[in-house]
Design a protein around this ligand. Structure first.
Ligand code: NI
Length: 170
């Protein structure tokens, strides 16, 4: 297992659209394990492969309190959604920034697990918004890009300055 470096916004590689996984093989399972380890170490509740500069449709999420609820979503698609909620979000690629964005309140997702088996999951609350946030990453979208242009440019300058100063998350 290995900790993977996480890309920081506004790195342009965060805008690459990820490709579907053709076969769920050992290399994908290794990626899943490394991503989970990276997410737990950060610590975070979700990580998309895009954030570790691997442009494949793989996401790991664990919203449990005790890190024993790992969920793996490969080639996930939201097949139904409903409602709207205000979601206060942060992101490992946008350290130190927490902002409120609009999300669907409830989603139904279809994906493959790490064995390559199809499953469906419907959920609301934190897990629902986390799934939407991570799937956006695979499409090259970072949550702060839902904000106004002014807010976004302030966040960009702040992060670029942090990077220049060699600082990590405050
Ligand atoms: Ni994120």
């Amino acid at each position: 297992m290995a900790l993977l470096p996480i890309l920081r916004f506004p790195d342009p590689r965060l805008h690459i659209k990820a490709a579907p996984v053709a076969v769920v093989d050992d290399s994908i399972r290794r990626l899943v394990r490394d991503m989970a380890e990276t997410m737990y170490a950060a610590p975070g509740i979700g990580l998309a492969a895009t954030q570790v500069n691997v442009h494949k449709r793989v996401v790991v999420i664990d919203v449990s309190d005790d890190h024993n609820g790992l969920l793996v979503f490969i080639n996930a698609e939201i097949i139904e959604k409903s409602g709207e909620c205000d979601s206060e979000e942060g992101c490992l690629s946008v350290p130190g920034v927490h902002e409120t964005v609009k999300r669907a309140e409830w989603v139904k997702v279809r994906a493959l697990n790490e064995k390559g088996e199809v499953f469906e999951l419907d959920t609301d609350g934190l897990l629902a918004v986390c799934i939407q946030h991570e799937l956006d990453h695979l499409d090259g979208k970072v949550f702060v890009e839902y904000l106004s242009r002014l807010k976004l440019s302030r966040i960009k300058s702040k992060l670029l300055k942090q990077a220049q100063d060699g600082k990590t998350a405050p």
